[in-house]
Design a protein around this ligand. Structure first.
Ligand SMILES: [Zn+2]
Ligand SMILES: [Zn+2]
Length: 119
């Protein structure tokens, strides 16, 4: 960089693994980390100073860890359009027949009312 200083770029891919939070099947979403840092000695502007630079030394472990956390998806799912599990029977809706649903039984509160003899 002109005038001294550093323009740094960190790029790596990482695969997470864990249960899909919708269907509980194993999920391995890929996360690509692409972070940039600029550090200009003597600058006080946050945009021009990197918290990972101490003098001439870059703390790449902290930077990689923080960049990875920022790149993490908010939730682990096996795929973006995962249908999840049926709230009624717990079947995996990704493999269930299309249109899987349950007939709603009569509301038990109404059943109780029907027992009353209002005549
Ligand atoms: Zn899923
Ligand atoms: Zn069901």
């Amino acid at each position: 960089m002109t005038g001294g200083g550093y323009a740094l770029r960190l790029r790596f891919g990482a695969a997470l693994s864990g249960p899909c939070m919708r269907c509980l099947q194993p999920a391995r979403p890929e996360t690509v980390v692409d972070a940039r840092e600029v550090d200009v000695p003597g600058e006080t502007d946050d945009d021009l100073t990197s918290p990972y630079m101490t003098g001439e030394v870059l703390d790449i472990a902290s930077w990689a860890r923080d960049a990875f956390h920022l790149a993490l998806p908010p939730s682990v799912v096996c795929r973006a359009d995962c249908a999840g599990l049926c709230a009624e029977c717990g079947i995996d809706l990704n493999t269930a027949e299309p249109g899987h649903h349950h007939e709603r039984g009569p509301d038990p509160r109404w059943a109780k009312l029907r027992e009353l003899d209002l005549s």
